[in-house]
Ligand binder design. Sequence first.
Ligand SMILES: CC(C)(COP(=O)(O)OP(=O)(O)OC[C@H]1O[C@@H](n2cnc3c(N)ncnc32)[C@H](O)[C@@H]1OP(=O)(O)O)[C@@H](O)C(=O)NCCC(=O)NCCS
Length: 196
Amino acid sequence: MIFEPIHRLYYQPESLLEQFFSGKIFPAKYFNLHINGRKLRIQRISDCHVDDIAYLLKNLGERSKRFRFCSDLSHVAEEFFDNLAQATVKRCQVQGYGLIVFDSETEEPVAMSQYVSNGARSAEFSITIADDWQGNGLGKILTDRIMKQAKKDGISHVEAVVAHENTAMKLILMRSGYRFSKAYYPNCSMYKLYLG
Ligand SMILES: CC(C)(COP(=O)(O)OP(=O)(O)OC[C@H]1O[C@@H](n2cnc3c(N)ncnc32)[C@H](O)[C@@H]1OP(=O)(O)O)[C@@H](O)C(=O)NCCC(=O)NCCS
């Protein structure tokens, strides 16, 4: 028997993931994936995740915070992230769809991503991977999932605001079909994806 070492990422067959994300697998409320031998649990964002989201955002390094919010939040009060987490959960439930990822061993939140509708059929996309988990393919996986869900939900186009130096995010967006739309703030640009 040949055992394959787990070096990079593998996850369950596409069809099972698809069923989970579309809510067809019932009563499953989460899905496992493995990255570099670590088991992660991916779930839809719901009411119980406010503290996890606040924790994830507060613990980002300065660079990641700057990339995530396209501004310098190094001196912002912790309360800002608590309020933002609450708003994010509400908006995901009412106006969109979000996913959160936990390290199954430590139960720490390691990533989240969401689309939130900002008009009849348009939406904003954002994503956050904890510093220690960046560069392992999670960004790509979550982006793919959220875009598929947005399309399924009838969203016609999605926008993402990205800092000019955020090479990883730009790579992910361009490969997902996003195109440059306009310069936004001094250091950011908006990218758009048309879903049809
Ligand atoms: C930007 C971000 C979402 C990317 O997610 P990630 O899981 O780190 O990225 P991935 O591992 O999926 O990598 C995507 C691609 O970018 C490349 N990449 C990753 N980190 C990189 C870096 N620091 N510089 C250049 N390229 C990089 C990867 O090699 C990969 O390309 P490949 O498929 O050719 O190998 C993540 O780093 C993050 O959350 N950063 C802080 C918050 C943020 O920037 N949010 C986005 C604004 S909404």
